[in-house]
Design a protein. Structure first.
Length: 177
């Protein structure tokens, strides 16, 4: 098997388990994300030595830093940050950017469906305006409105691990078409 096939299998298993776990328990376990990071680093180091390790570490770092910003704004959970770092470790930096774009699109579609289903379109539009206004003033939105904290029970949130799984699956499928 080539490294591409092995990495595709690893990342597919990782996001499938993460998505299912996130739906069931609203958590992505550390054992899973750590396993993903270790698998990515080991796979690339074993096949390309220090160059492969660097490739994997760059993907991991990119995923971690990008999602850490969302976590610090309390728009994302810590499990999502660690999951995207693990995905980056397996697919590398360029692959991670593709997964990120596909995840953003999948997350947007899933979120739109959720707000329509929960009949929260007007509230979501208001929240979006408030978030943009606060960010323009360099303030974290949750500081003035606690319901905009992902951990607040009043917040309308969805298991982002599902969006990551859908986005990753889309990238994998398009790569093999």
């Amino acid at each position: 098997m080539t490294v591409n096939v092995l990495s595709d299998i690893c990342v597919a298993l990782l996001v499938l388990i993460a998505g299912a776990t996130d739906i069931r328990s609203r958590r992505i376990p550390n054992w899973l994300t750590l396993s993903g990071v270790c698998a990515g680093l080991a796979l690339h180091a074993a096949t390309a030595g220090s160059t492969g390790f660097k490739f994997s570490a760059e993907g991991m770092g990119l995923g971690f830093v990008a999602y850490l910003a969302l976590y610090l704004l309390r728009a994302m959970g810590a499990g999502d940050v660690k999951l995207m770092a693990a995905v980056g470790a397996i697919v590398g930096p360029a692959g991670w950017i593709s997964v990120f774009v596909a995840t953003a699109l999948a997350g947007g579609v899933l979120a739109l469906g959720l707000i329509i289903f929960k009949r929260r379109v007007r509230q979501t539009l208001w929240n979006s305006f408030f978030i943009v206004t606060e960010m323009a003033h360099f303030r974290a939105p949750y500081q003035r409105r606690s319901d905009l904290d992902v951990k607040d029970p009043r917040a309308l949130n969805m298991p982002h691990g599902v969006a990551i799984a859908v986005g990753t699956a889309a990238v994998l499928l398009l790569a093999h078409v």
